[in-house]
Design a protein around this ligand. Structure first.
Ligand SMILES: Nc1ncnc2c1ncn2[C@@H]1O[C@H](COP(=O)(O)OP(=O)(O)O)[C@@H](O)[C@H]1O
Ligand SMILES: [Mg+2]
Length: 480
């Protein structure tokens, strides 16, 4: 009898222990799971930015997005292409290597989109031209902000402020001179560059031109006078900087694409089903940065200039390789303000350091913070991974061996760095980070793969002739 009682006691004790253990495990599990955000921010039904085979809500996609991942980690194939396969917005795409048009162009045409291609690396591949000078004329910007983009793209961040500002002023008053004194057909970047080059070669020939009150405003004349009154060492140094900032427009393809103005940003933002691809070759991305920067600067300025009607199409700016543009303070500003004008930017960068080296550390943090949606892919630098780990936060668990509560990072930096190919972290607004474990590139999604194979029809192309430069010096000589 005693034996039976002992056996029942042992069984009861074991049962209690098992139940207790189960309860503990449940408890711990519960705390663990509480750390990540819900995957329900993504769905097949949504029409916002594509994340693998799913999409974000429209209300999460009308604010800006940042994707950070080294080359080859899936920025183009899991996000940008999938967005164009599944969303109905208008797309303005910075397509550095041409793969986005190649994979998405045919499907977009089939869905009724009008496609424009502006390729400053190969004018013959372009369907349209876009003249920054014409864009400046219709914008609310002055020639100084225009010159600032050109100079900041050419000069190092560390260069002397004096040279920087003087170069901006000089390009600005030459642009004003061009508007005031030269016929409209000569308003091109190619001409602006040649004007400055002629001035550097034979400055005195311009004295008479700038002094003509019938053609040149008093303001422009005074800016000119004050410039030529400087020491020759200064004027020649500043002119060398200006010519460096404009040198890209000497390239025949760039000159052709920027001297004809057939692409209309106003038309683009007011009509549905439009997609424009700004193409460069991978090698010329840095060289063409001034052209790319001017393009997006005026695009965002056009969006924000006037109040757009409620029915305006949403414009998604897909900047796959954000290092191909440099816009200083305009970028963080546009990231938050475009939303009010039915625009949203999706920036792709290879590392956080890439932003820091182009902008300041503060501006880079500002850009990061101004993006409502953030995606982090694998193989990022360990310090940045630590920051992501902090963003994910920690969880508390009970350590029975020491009888105390302990804190543990939800995902330590080394685990973030070594995420698998189909994993990424997604942060939407202030919500907790989501660990995505089945991120799919377009070529692993049957319907998208099929869409990517639709061939691109031959597109009508506007003629883009090489501009002719009418030398101002020749003019002067005629008059003598
Ligand atoms: N059609 C395809 N089939 C198989 N693999 C592909 C295809 N297209 C791209 N890839 C691979 O997908 C990977 C991710 O590429 P990608 O999205 O272009 O990276 P990122 O844009 O971040 O540089 C690359 O390693 C590339 O080789
Ligand atoms: Mg890419």
């Amino acid at each position: 009898m005693q034996l039976l009682i002992d056996m029942i006691k042992i069984i009861a004790q074991s049962l209690a222990e098992v139940l207790g253990l189960g309860f503990n495990l449940l408890n711990k599990d519960h705390r663990l799971k509480a750390g990540y955000g819900s995957k329900r921010v993504l769905s097949k039904k949504h029409k916002g930015y594509g994340v693998g085979h799913l999409n974000l809500k429209m209300s999460d996609s009308d604010k800006s997005m940042l994707i950070v991942g080294p080359s080859g980690t899936g920025k183009s194939t899991c996000f940008y292409m999938n967005t164009m396969f599944s969303s109905d917005a208008n797309f303005a795409v910075l397509d550095g290597s041409g793969e986005l048009l190649k994979n998405n162009g045919g499907a977009l045409v089939e869905r009724g989109y009008t496609i424009y291609v502006i390729n400053a690396n190969n004018a013959d591949e372009s369907t349209d031209g876009w003249n920054p000078i014409k864009a400046l004329k219709t914008s609310s910007e002055n020639s100084k902000s225009f010159a600032t983009i050109l100079v900041n793209n050419a000069m190092k961040k560390t260069s002397d402020v004096f040279w920087n500002l003087s170069s901006i002023d000089t390009i600005a008053f030459f642009t004003d001179y061009m508007f005031e004194a030269l016929p409209e057909e000569e308003h091109t970047m190619f001409n602006l560059k040649n004007l400055l080059q002629d001035f550097a070669g034979n400055g005195e020939a311009f004295d008479k031109k700038f002094a003509d009150p019938n053609k040149v405003s008093d303001k422009t004349y005074r800016a000119y006078k004050s410039f030529v009154a400087s020491d020759v060492k200064i004027t020649s140094g500043v002119l060398a900087n200006c010519l460096a900032a404009l040198s890209v427009f000497d390239n025949p393809d760039v000159a052709r694409v920027t001297s004809t103005h057939t692409f209309s940003m106003e038309h683009f933002i007011n009509n549905e089903k439009q997609a424009v691809f700004i193409q460069n070759s991978v090698l010329s991305q840095e060289y063409l940065r001034p052209v790319n920067s001017l393009f997006f600067y005026f695009f965002w300025e056009t969006m924000m200039r006037d109040k757009r009607p409620e029915t305006s199409p949403l414009c998604m700016f897909l900047i796959d390789e954000a290092s191909s543009i440099y816009l200083g303070n305009m970028l963080p500003l546009a990231l938050v303000n475009l939303r009010k004008h039915f625009g949203t930017i999706c920036l792709g960068i290879q590392s956080f350091q890439q932003l820091q080296s182009m902008y300041s550390h503060e501006q880079a943090v500002n850009i990061l913070q101004n993006c409502h949606v953030k995606v982090f892919l694998r193989n990022l630098d360990i310090n940045f991974s630590k920051m992501i780990s902090d963003m994910l936060g920690a969880y508390t668990y009970r350590d029975d061996s020491s009888d105390s509560n302990r804190n543990r990072q939800l995902m330590p930096a080394d685990v973030i760095r070594s995420m698998k190919e189909n994993e990424c972290l997604l942060f939407v607004g202030g919500k907790r980070g989501v660990l995505i474990k089945n991120l799919k590139p377009f070529y692993k999604i049957k319907s998208y793969l099929k869409l990517s194979k639709i061939p691109m029809p031959v597109m009508a192309k506007s003629p883009l002739p090489m501009p002719e430069y009418v030398s101002d010096n020749a003019d002067t000589n005629d008059e003598l």
